[in-house]
Design a protein around this ligand. Structure first.
Ligand code: BES
Ligand code: MN
Ligand code: MN
Length: 460
């Protein structure tokens, strides 16, 4: 292996440009969910391609799909070296509600040493660290591993086309480890590595009462009001202990051992600070589990949106004809999104009174995943943090989902390392999303160190 100790000089002399480039990427509103931004999503893919090429990645291609393209590229230095496949996504969530942004979502602005922009953390700022880590290693003539890049444009809408791409290109995507920065860590003082992600089952329900809106005086109290009914059904999806009441919902849930739970409880977590940061008097969740367990290892059910009836200015006395809700369930091993979809649908329909019709339909889903913490790759990640942060990273389980990770496991038979550098305060998916400039630079360095240690450990 060549000498990579001079990477620090390279980083230092190019760090301003690295940030400028990220800003350029953040200015492209690559919102995958909204067809209005189709051209911008394409532009972001083109940008990624050109930057991968400029960094020295070879065979870079834009792989068109039925929706948004996947950018793929690789540099195979020596087939006897280990190979790292980097996965990330250049698409972002919609920016609304726009009025809550302190600076425009697609005009990156630095405040408090943080980059404020949609996608700054999720995931442009994070995957771009890998492009710059690669550039640095390559420029210093010291790539210790072969590297492949697969950056997609549909993560925020379920990665449907990536799934088929992965199945069709399994040989091309072969690697020893998949490296992903699209998660968060506990804090700058307590770096952590995500060792588990939740699965997702996202449903939409429609409740229809009378065939038209009715006068709420003339008809009120005499026919089923779909908004009332919907609220009632939703309320019955959990009991007073915040346990989900869907029959069979917990059947496949893997209960953790006392030992595992003790480990989880050792990770630093300050409930008072947590409440303060969210401005809530108290937390709420499944009885018998801590907040960290509720978000990390227990399945959950939440209404993400609910609407129906009159919501304009003033009061309109109307008994609405229809009511709707979007409901997500976050899943843990060994729940299956398809099975939960069926259990939810059957139960929801069973709770509806005769006076309404209900329609239950699924949006995207994904399976939960747990990644090993005793592998050589995890060891390499630990060493990278030890060298870069002076601390051993704490393994955690996240409540978020990156459904493609379970598919990597199943189809490519390859494990992932979820080395994310985000923080809770980054407010991903929210107005004023941000990413620490220090996280960006430290992330690049840690990734470089991972390459170094992974090559070393794999050689033994
Ligand atoms: N990067 C997130 C997932 C994430 C965030 C994992 C924080 C762990 C910690 C990803 O972009 C995301 O938002 N995923 C979606 C699921 C997807 C199917 C829309 C999610 O978790 O809601
Ligand atoms: Mn993401
Ligand atoms: Mn996201």
């Amino acid at each position: 292996m060549s000498n990579i100790s001079n990477y620090k000089d390279y980083l230092n002399s190019h760090k301003v440009r690295f940030l400028d480039e990220l800003f350029e990427l953040l200015r492209i509103p690559s919102v995958s969910a909204d067809s209005k931004y189709k051209q911008d999503v394409q532009r972001a893919a083109d940008f990624v391609k050109s930057k991968l090429e400029a960094a020295g990645v070879e065979k870079v291609e834009i792989c068109e799909t039925q929706k948004h393209p996947i950018v793929y590229g690789e540099k195979v230095v020596d087939t006897s070296l280990p190979t790292i496949l980097v996965y990330g996504h250049y698409d972002v969530q919609p920016a609304d509600p726009l009025e809550l942004w302190e600076s425009p979502p697609f005009e990156p602005t630095i405040r408090d040493n943080r980059i404020h922009a949609r996608g700054s953390c999720d995931d442009k700022g994070q995957f771009y660290m890998h492009v710059k880590a690669f550039e640095t290693l390559n420029a210093c003539g010291s790539l210790p591993c072969n590297v492949k890049f697969m950056i997609e444009g549909e993560e925020e809408i379920g990665s449907a086309n990536l799934a088929s791409f992965v199945k069709e290109n399994a040989d091309k995507l072969a690697s020893d480890i998949i490296l992903i920065s699209d998660t968060s860590m506990i804090s700058m003082e307590h770096p952590s590595i995500t060792a588990g992600l939740k699965g997702l089952c996202y449903m939409e329900v429609e409740v229809t009462g009378p065939k038209r809106d009715l006068h709420s005086g003339t008809y009120g109290g005499a026919v089923a009001n779909p908004v009332n009914v919907l609220c009632d059904i939703i309320a019955r999806l959990k009991d007073e202990h915040q346990r989900i009441t869907i029959p069979g919902f917990y059947d496949k849930v893997v209960e953790l051992s006392e030992d595992e739970r003790k480990k989880i409880a050792e990770a630093p977590f300050n409930l008072e600070k947590y409440k303060e940061a969210l401005d809530v008097e108290d937390v709420m969740g499944e009885a018998g589990y801590s907040t960290v367990e509720r978000t990390g290892i227990r399945p959950t059910l939440d209404v993400n949106g609910i609407w129906g009836g009159y919501i304009g200015e003033g009061a309109k006395t109307v008994l609405p004809s229809k009511a709707y809700a979007k409901i997500s369930m976050r899943l843990v091993p060994d729940q299956s999104s398809k099975e939960i979809e069926k259990l939810f649908t059957d139960y929801f329909i069973s709770l509806a009174p005769k006076g309404v019709k209900v329609k239950v339909s699924p949006h995207h889903g994904g399976e939960p995943v747990v990644t090993p913490i005793d592998s050589l790759a995890f060891k390499a990640a630990e060493e990278a943090f030890l060298e870069g942060w002076g601390k051993k990273p704490i393994p955690t389980r996240d409540g978020g989902s990156i459904p493609i990770v379970a598919l990597f496991d199943k189809v490519l038979k390859t494990k992932s390392i979820l080395m994310g550098f985000g923080l809770d305060k980054d407010a991903i998916h929210s107005p004023n999303e941000s990413y620490g400039i220090d996280n960006f630079y430290k992330g690049i360095e840690t990734i470089i160190l991972f390459h170094k240690h992974f090559a070393r450990i794999m050689k033994k």
